[in-house]
Design a protein around this ligand. Structure first.
Ligand code: CP
Length: 327
């Protein structure tokens, strides 16, 4: 694994993607059983964790994962504390940008053995966001491996943790419904995009997507996954409901009006197969999900967020092994 920015990066040569994901889940669960078993792997190695945007889970879990591999980590909240980056090649930097990314990232590469970065989309220009300009520039100018901590369009560490969580439920081919929820402001499509990619690539779940008309995800993400606009029909006999808001992909970054209440209710839960409810967090209570569901027996959001440590540790370990070998 040279970099970790998409599900394809977990592919093991000679294996198709689903068993490659299974192998990564096994490695992550082995760390959950014995967090310190590879304490020597990251000895004398350092990861630079760069945030252009806020975080609780990703930041903490990545630092904990590094520590459990014996690796030093330094967090830089560059979005709030650092020089603002210019991305455009050949630009005359007479505006607000202070440093070009092509100058900053090579410097970071001399300080660290692995770099990790979080960036969000602007949600104004779909082509620019889906071109992944920040992440791709970061990779282009880095001379060390790069891990995505969420990019403009994908959140692979989250999805990996999501599949670990589903695996732990020990269900046989569960029906998993990715269910759109309301929000007060436009959010990225990253979590939904990644969840569809990972779950579709994995042979152990049957994925259905439900959302109001106008909230279609990118066709190259959805591919053959069934999309059912009638939420009740989609939720019937669901084993797992993954609740998430996202803004429109077609009328990009907007929030088309929705005619009915899309917040999951107890009446919806009644038609499921005693479904577990997932959400990547942070969640807006009583907007995206009710107190009753979040605080009730169906919710597994804390277990899901806890698994962020093990997904991060498995990825960091693979990056270290592939790029630096054993200590
Ligand atoms: N789910 C997630 O990525 O959480 P943070 O934004 O807190 O890192």
């Amino acid at each position: 694994m040279k970099n970790f920015v998409t599900v394809d990066d977990v592919a093991v040569p000679g294996l198709s993607l689903s068993p490659s994901i299974d192998l990564m889940i096994e490695k992550a669960l082995a760390y959950k059983q014995d967090p310190w078993k590879d304490l020597g792997l990251g000895r004398r190695r350092r990861v630079g964790i760069v945030f252009l945007n806020p975080s609780l889970r990703t930041r903490m879990s990545t630092q904990i994962a590094a520590e459990q591999l014996g690796m030093r980590s330094i967090v830089f909240n560059i979005g709030s504390e650092g020089w603002s980056w210019e991305l455009e090649d050949g630009s005359v930097m007479n505006g607000t940008s202070v440093e070009h990314i092509k100058d900053a990232v090579p410097v970071l590469s001399t300080y660290f053995d692995v770099l990790a970065i979080r960036t969000f989309p602007g949600l104004k220009d779909r082509a620019a966001d889906y071109a992944e300009t920040v992440l791709d520039s970061f990779i282009k100018y880095a001379t060390v491996p790069v891990i995505s901590l969420e990019s403009a369009t994908l959140h692979p560490l989250q999805s990996f943790a999501d599949l670990i969580t589903i695996k732990e439920l020990q269900l046989t081919k569960p029906k998993v419904v990715l269910c759109w929820a309301p929000h007060i402001k436009p959010l990225p499509q990253c979590v939904a995009n990644s969840f569809v990619q990972w779950t579709s690539a994995w042979d152990h779940a049957e994925l259905v997507i439900t959302h109001p008309e106008g909230y279609e995800l990118a066709p190259e993400i959805v591919q053959n996954t069934p999309v059912i606009y009638d939420r009740r029909e989609a939720l019937e006999q669901a084993d797992i409901i993954y609740v998430k808001n996202w803004s429109a992909y077609n009328d990009y970054g907007t929030m088309p009006p929705v005619s009915r209440d899309w917040m999951l209710g107890e009446d919806d839960m009644a038609i499921t197969n005693n479904a577990r409810v997932m959400h990547c967090l942070p969640v807006r209570r009583n907007i995206e999900l009710s107190d009753a569901i979040l605080d009730g027996q169906h919710s597994i959001v804390t277990q899901q967020a806890g698994n962020r440590v093990w997904s991060a540790q498995a990825v960091l370990a693979e990056i270290l092994k592939s790029n630096y070998g054993a200590d």
